[in-house]
Design a binder for this molecule. Sequence first.
Ligand SMILES: C[S@@+](CC[C@H](N)C(=O)[O-])C[C@H]1O[C@@H](n2cnc3c(N)ncnc32)[C@H](O)[C@@H]1O
Length: 206
Amino acid sequence: MIHPRNLPAMSALFIPPDYFRELRREEVCADPARPLEVELGCGDGTFLAGMAARHPEREFLGIERMLGRVGKTMRKIESGRLVNARVMRLESGYAAGWLLPAAAVARVHLLCPDPWPKKRHTARRLVNQEEFLNGLARILEPGGEFLLKTDDPPYFEDALASLGARREFERLEWPEDAFFYPVTDFESHWLALGKEIHRARWRRMR
Ligand SMILES: C[S@@+](CC[C@H](N)C(=O)[O-])C[C@H]1O[C@@H](n2cnc3c(N)ncnc32)[C@H](O)[C@@H]1O
């Protein structure tokens, strides 16, 4: 495996070579031998940069649709000289459903997703979308994991129901401090307000 120090300098921004076909693993990863982790809706990049700094032996791709937040994530990656992290400006459902390579992702993180609290908007929750759930099953490698944190109980219930209804996924325990897992920007905010954070973890069955 190549040490990240020896990789050529890359932009923190990932622009896919083609938006209209499934990418190959080597088009997404600087070093395809390293496990790939994807964060959907990475916001300001606090979690992505924290993970990339702690795990130089893994690759990280953040996906975020808001330009300003893509910029903040890029600045964190660049100021930390994190050659194993990049961010792509795109919609998560499309990236998971159609663009990212199949059976190539070791972990997908969805942290404090937009809750869409109004009843008429619940179909917009990623975990309620068929395209997203199919995409999640498609991109995770066998034994790969999906990790979710949310402050929103109805979102959490929807996630448990949606993932629980699919044979591809098996729920795993996720004890506090099971592994290094940086607190995200939104999570810090909710914790400071005394909110409870719900979390769940699933494995893609072989
Ligand atoms: C509530 S914020 C949480 C940000 C970050 N995960 C955190 O915990 O600090 C949700 C983020 O997801 C992004 N987002 C929401 N839906 C998205 C989608 N379908 N595709 C890409 N990004 C999305 C938003 O722009 C926003 O930055």
